[in-house]
Design a protein around this ligand. Structure first.
Ligand code: ADP
Ligand code: MG
Ligand code: ZN
Length: 622
């Protein structure tokens, strides 16, 4: 990759590292020196040594506790070979040596050791002193207040736009919606003037939200690559380190560097590590360090105005719900881009990208692999390709075969099932029937937009599958029949489960909540109940503030009225439930057909879906 890592002062780091390595080496040498020495000279039997002394071949001897070292005579007496032997308790030895005129001492001859001793004892301290001075010099020479040990310096890695292998949008697949949104950011970075000259404010922060491994980091790099700007990257967890006060100075430093290189991208991975809601710190006083870091981040983001520097902060998180609301305010991370798990065609595209790096056999069918891997994120697919290649190599194949992929899928799935939500076959089937149920009831009743897409790919963080309905026109008024139709559609999912599996799962709770809310509003706000008449039983004003969801507080009503409301709501929901059941019962074959197809392709949309749903027969009363 054409990625240049650019720490604060690379040369300094390299020198320091070399010095450390050298001094470590000497320490090791010092430790192992006796051992080295012992195994150095050739060992000989004591008898041979005595023989050699008697023959007058020995020049000098060093008698140690465990070893006798001796040097033979040669023409050049100084450099004769050294031998070692194991001493035997022999009181005659000194006498013999003296007799033969051999130079001897009780310690090893100094010639062999003084030099290494000196090296091993004197040099390491010298090196440490050297390093220390280096730090000091650097601190004095403009390293700033953090100079001496440089703790606070940002460890941001800078990926400068590379010539050879920069990452672009072509390297990211299966997240088309996210890409579309980020194209705009690329424009901002490329030609900021176009936007600022007419007074538009360039967004400062974009939050990439999505499950792990879906390509958030990759997308951020691709934005930098497409725009050709430097990319500063730092991970939230790196901020939260040892020393108090370090995190915030690191943030400050990071933005200082970034502003110098504007336009550029600052990427904060794992934003939730610093951006956790300050109120959620709990009882124990929270984490001051993280709070300071977060505050500094907010200050920095507020600090750069649109005019002076185009620094766009991208951040990634898979837990947006834990983020401090202050981070999401306008002028901060006010844009959020969902990076979701890929659908079938997305998975195929991702596999294609990663398969380029390995040799594929002729029998490999990437589409079939994509079909078998619902719920896999991009990283899982990249991992899958690599696993398959490893298996192929282990089987001594020249290229990766389809069966390698089959085996790799099993391995990866086994790993994934533990750590995340890959639906098993049964769950997938239930979700498929559930969604088809919504779609079919929705197709027959009024008041629902047209059903545009059904999917059983786990999306986002909550839903297992979903049915997308788009309004065919803007609607401001709804009549009673339409509202009842909406309620029936909401119950369609659960009804399908009842019919097909004869049991109910927990998956429908959100549907039921919404259906009940809607029914309650019909009765209490819209006056659609014949029993209760055109009275508003809710306190009207608050509807504006509460938005679409919850029911408003009830007006003070008598107990009888309250009971009547409850029974009316129940009646509406139950009627709708019956209607949904009836539609699905009478179209049972179609339900099976569409669900089977959905299980195969995971997504049905557009014309194909309209065709299928147009076959739903209206309910006939018999
Ligand atoms: P995240 O940051 O969302 O956790 P990453 O961007 O770190 O995920 O993805 C890890 C790796 O998985 C990437 O380097 C890439 O090889 C692969 N990958 C993930 N998503 C995609 C994708 N949408 N297209 C292609 N490759 C992907
Ligand atoms: Mg990442
Ligand atoms: Zn549902």
């Amino acid at each position: 990759m054409a990625i240049k890592e650019q720490p604060k002062s690379p040369r300094f780091r390299i020198i320091a590292n070399i010095l450390l390595a050298v001094s470590g080496l000497f320490l090791l040498l010092n430790l192992f020196l006796p051992g080295l020495f012992a195994s150095g000279p050739t060992g000989v039997p004591y008898s041979l040594f005595i023989h050699q002394v008697q023959e007058g071949e020995v020049n000098r001897v060093s008698v140690g506790q465990n070893q006798i070292l001796y040097q033979l005579k040669t023409e050049n007496a100084e450099s004769g070979p050294v031998f070692a032997t194991t001493p035997i308790f022999d009181l005659e030895l000194p006498k013999l040596l003296e007799q033969k005129g051999v130079e001897f001492a009780a310690t090893p001859p100094p010639k062999n050791t003084w030099f290494t001793t000196l090296l091993s004892w004197v040099i390491p301290p010298l090196i440490f002193i050297g390093i220390w001075q280096f730090f000091l010099a650097r601190g004095g020479g403009g390293g700033g207040p953090q100079g001496a040990l440089s703790i606070g310096k940002s460890k941001a890695k800078v990926y400068v736009e590379g010539e050879s292998a920069k990452i672009t949008f072509a390297d990211v697949a299966g997240v088309e919606e996210a890409k579309t949104e980020l194209v705009e950011i690329v424009d901002f970075l490329k030609t900021p003037a176009r936007f600022t000259q007419i007074g538009a404010r360039i967004p400062k922060g974009v939050l990439l939200v999505g499950p792990p491994g879906t390509g958030k980091t990759l997308l951020a790099k691709a934005v930098a690559g497409e725009a050709g700007v430097p990319f500063f990257s730092i991970s939230g967890s790196e901020f939260v380190e040892l020393f108090v006060g370090v995190g915030s100075s690191r943030v400050r430093d990071l933005f200082e560097q970034a502003k110098k290189q504007a336009p550029c991208i600052v990427f904060i991975d794992e934003l939730d590590a610093i951006g956790k809601s300050r109120s959620s710190n709990g009882f124990y006083g929270g984490n001051d360090e993280r709070e300071q870091t977060l505050n500094q981040l907010l200050t920095e983001m507020d600090g750069f105005a649109a005019g002076d520097a185009t620094v766009i902060v991208l951040a990634a998180t898979n837990r947006p719900e834990t983020l401090d609301p202050a981070l999401l305010r306008p002028g901060r991370f006010d844009r959020q881009v969902l990076v979701d798990r890929p659908d079938l065609s997305g998975r195929e595209a991702i596999l294609k990208i990663h398969a380029q790096k390995v040799k594929l056999g002729d029998d490999v069918n990437l589409k079939a692999i994509a079909t078998r891997t619902p719920g896999f994120a991009g990283a899982d697919l990249a991992n899958l390709v690599n696993e398959a290649a490893l298996l192929a190599a282990r089987n001594l194949r020249q290229s990766v075969a389809q069966e390698d992929f089959a085996e790799a899928i099993e391995r990866v799935v086994a790993g994934l099932e533990k750590k995340s939500r890959v639906m098993n076959e049964t769950e997938k089937k239930i979700v498929a029937y559930h969604e088809v149920g919504h779609a079919m009831v929705g197709a027959l009743t009024t008041g629902n937009g047209r059903v545009e897409k059904i999917s059983i790919i786990p999306r986002g963080m909550a839903a297992l599958g979903y049915t997308l309905q788009l309004p065919t026109e803007d609607r401001f008024l709804m009549n009673e029949a339409e509202l009842r139709g909406q309620i029936a559609t909401l119950l369609g999912g659960r009804s399908a489960e009842e019919i097909v599996f004869n049991s109910i799962t927990t998956g429908a709770s959100n549907d039921l909540q919404r259906a009940t809310d809607l029914a309650e509003r019909m009765v209490t706000a819209y006056g659609m109940s014949k029993v209760l008449g055109p009275l508003a039983y809710q306190q009207g004003q608050q509807a504006m503030f509460l938005g679409n969801g919850g029911a408003n507080p009830r007006r003070a009503v008598s107990e009888d009225t309250s009971k009547a409301i409850d029974s009316e709501v129940k009646e509406i929901v139950e009627t709708a439930h019956e209607q949904a059941l009836e539609i699905l019962r009478q179209n049972r074959d179609l339900l099976e057909a569409i669900a089977t197809q959905l299980l195969e392709t995971e997504v049905i949309e557009g014309e194909k879906l309209h065709d299928l749903l147009s076959q739903v027969k209206p309910v006939t009363n018999s």
